[in-house]
Every structure is written in C-alpha cells, then in structure tokens.
Design a protein around this ligand. Structure first.
Ligand SMILES: CC(C)(COP(=O)(O)OP(=O)(O)OC[C@H]1O[C@@H](n2cnc3c(N)ncnc32)[C@H](O)[C@@H]1OP(=O)(O)O)[C@@H](O)C(=O)NCCC(=O)NCCS
Length: 337
C-alpha cells in the first residue's frame, strides 16, 4: 500500500488583528512598513472561549462536509499542536470524541510547531504503508496568540491562530507518491522560541513579573518569547542544507520541482531563503497575508488554497519544508494526485 494526500481544508477563527490596530499602538511601525517587512496584513485570533480542540473539530468538519470522506472511515487521528487544551489528556482524544470517530481508532498528539506538518505526514505515511491504517485524519491546530503578551511588538505582528485538516489515504499505486522525507533536530536552540512557564518544570505563575527588554517589548515568563535574530540565522543556514538533502535523497534537482512551499514564517525570512537558494518566483509560494504565521498550519493552508484555485495540477511535484521551534525541521515531496 502507498500513502497519498486526498484532501486538505483549513479554518481561520473570526477574530482579526489588522496592521492598522498595531500601527495605532506603535506609530513607528506603519501599516505599510509591517506589510512590506513581514508580508502580513492581518492575523486571526481565536475567541476568548475558543481553544485548540474547537478549531481542530471545525477544520475536520469542513473536510467531512467537502465529501472527501465520512467520520466513520477514519481509522487513525494525528493531531499536531503545541497549544493543547490540557497537559493531559491529549487533545487528539478530545477531538476523537467530539467528531464521533470510532473508538477502535488510534489517536495521538504530535507536539511540534512549524515543522509539525512534515513530521505528521511522515507518521501518516508510516502508518499507511505498514498496513496499520487506511484513512488517516491529520489535524494541525494552534492558538499561539493566547500566549503572546499584547505589549510584545516583536511577535504580536507575526503569529495568528488557525487549524487545518488533511486526509491521507491508502492506494495500491505507487504514484502519486508522498516522500522521501528528511528530518532535523537541534535542541540547542530550544531557548530561542519558548514559553518558559508552560510545563511541570516551571508552570504558569499568576505573579510572574512583567519585564521590558531593550527594544521596549514587554512580557512575563508565562508568555511566548522569541529571539528573532537567532531564529533567522538558524533558518538561513539549515533550510538550504535540508533542501539539498531531500533533493539528493530523491535523486532530483530543483528543476524537477514545480512548486516550493516553505513554512510561512514571514516574508522577510522567506525572501532571504528564496534568494539564497535561487528559487524562481513562479515556483515559490508565499501566502500568509491574510492570516500570519499559523505555526504547523501554514503549509496545509497554502496547499488547500492551491488546490481550491486549481494552481497545482495532477502529477506536479511540490516540495514542502517546515522549520522552527525546537529547533526542529523537516522536508518532503508530494506528487499531486
Ligand atoms: C523578526 C524579524 C522579521 C526581524 O527582522 P530584523 O531585520 O532582524 O529586525 P531588526 O530588529 O534588525 O529591524 C530592522 C528593521 O525592520 C523593522 N522591523 C522589524 N520587525 C518588524 C515588523 N514585524 N514589522 C515591521 N517592521 C519591522 C525594524 O523596525 C527596523 O526598521 P528600521 O530599519 O526602519 O529601524 C527577523 O529577525 C525574522 O524574520 N526572524 C525570524 C522570526 C520568525 O519568523 N519566527 C517564526 C518561527 S519560524
């Protein structure tokens, strides 16, 4: 059996944070300046009472409503999130019940951020191609905006909330193919994108002091912290090498690729990567204007939009690369069905 992607849908929550609101708080960052620097016009915010399982369930229902499959057909659920509803139980268990999926399925959370979609595709392929599952529902969902301090201008502009749902199915034909995969991990960068008070080592502290950094950004240790410069350098050195590893493994060159979909971190970073790897504009997908960096949902959002617009055609090769928090990264190839 071979694994293939059959359908991709996504959900954006209703709340909107446009550049105009950010620019009115920090006039030195005009709407135009934010858009030209990071390529984002607005990001979407989960509601006060809207959490990861809510968004995950909505995205999956969109997939079922599209006619791609019925809930009864799903025999494995992978839910990729770093903002689970609870530390335990897993959000996958909650979503299994809310979607009415069979109690005979496997359901698991994958705790990864911007690389998470690639890893989850790899797991799904493994499950299908070893005969453990035939119809895998892969959901990505995150509510990073709940972790961002409203006075931290360094990251308030970047991240948005979203969820996606991808259906992977078993086929008896080797094409269209999914893979090969390459992965990478360097926990030495763990402190550069982190919520310090977020686990058993150091939990949420209601009295955590508000600190202001040298750039005037304010946050507590309960909030998301990002060292943008370090993340930028890591990405610029790691992503080109990862792409080379993947092309070597697949025994092809960039000329054999039709479309390149990187994790949509921000335009500044993507433009540097594109330039460094000499990827032509017509192959390079940039789509985050309307939603910002949605962590593990960025790649499936792009795929879903490409499919809806008919911009990706049967037999085309799409190269996917995810990278970020961890540090963790990965890449794969999708031959389109
Ligand atoms: C965050 C990031 C965009 C900042 O860019 P940078 O060039 O290093 O930022 P600097 O602080 O040196 O500022 C350079 C200029 O860009 C501006 N700038 C920085 N961030 C900006 C933003 N979000 N919106 C608008 N302008 C911004 C600064 O004001 C400064 O402008 P000036 O030259 O007029 O004074 C960049 O470091 C980056 O892409 N990091 C990776 C972060 C990321 O995507 N993480 C997600 C996880 S994968």
């Amino acid at each position: 059996m071979y694994a293939t992607i059959k359908a991709v849908e996504y959900y954006l929550p209703e709340g909107v944070l446009p550049n105009s609101v950010i620019a009115s708080k920090w006039p030195e960052w005009t709407e135009k300046k934010i858009e030209s620097k990071i390529g984002i016009v607005e990001r979407r915010l989960s509601g006060e009472n809207e959490y990861t399982s809510d968004m995950a369930t909505t995205a999956a229902r969109k997939l079922f409503d599209s006619g791609a499959c019925s809930p009864e057909q799903i025999d494995f659920l992978i839910l990729c999130t770093q903002t689970p509803d609870y530390m335990l139980p897993t959000t996958a268990c909650i979503v299994q019940a809310r979607l009415g999926l069979a109690t005979t399925i496997g359901a698991v959370d994958v705790s990864l951020g911007c690389s998470g979609y690639i890893y989850s595709l790899g797991y799904a392929k493994g499950l299908i191609e070893t005969g453990q599952a035939e119809n895998v529902l892969l959901i990505t969902a995150d509510t990073y905006t709940k972790l961002i301090h409203p006075d931290d201008k360094s990251i308030v502009t970047l991240f948005g909330d979203a969820a996606s749902a991808t259906l992977l199915v078993a086929t008896d034909r080797p094409a269209p193919s999914l893979g090969p995969f390459v992965y990478g991990t360097d926990g030495a960068g763990a402190g550069n994108l982190i919520v310090p008070n977020s686990g058993t080592r150091s939990g949420y502290d209601p009295n955590a002091p508000l600190v202001e950094d040298t750039m005037g950004n304010k946050r507590t240790a309960n909030n998301l912290y990002m060292n943008g410069g370090e993340i930028f350098s890591f990405t610029l050195s790691t992503v080109p090498a990862t792409l080379e590893r993947l092309l070597d493994k697949a025994k092809i060159t960039l000329d054999d690729i039709d479309l390149v979909v990187f994790h949509q971190a921000n335009l500044y970073m993507l433009k540097h990567l594109q330039m460094k790897m000499d990827i032509p504009d017509e192959k390079f997908c940039v789509r985050m204007k309307h939603c910002g960096n949605t962590v593990s949902s960025t790649i499936p959002i792009v795929l879903s939009e490409l499919m809806a617009e008919g911009a990706v055609k049967s037999g085309q090769r799409v190269l996917l690369v995810g990278f970020g928090v961890g540090y963790s990264w990965g890449a794969t190839l999708v031959e389109w069905a």
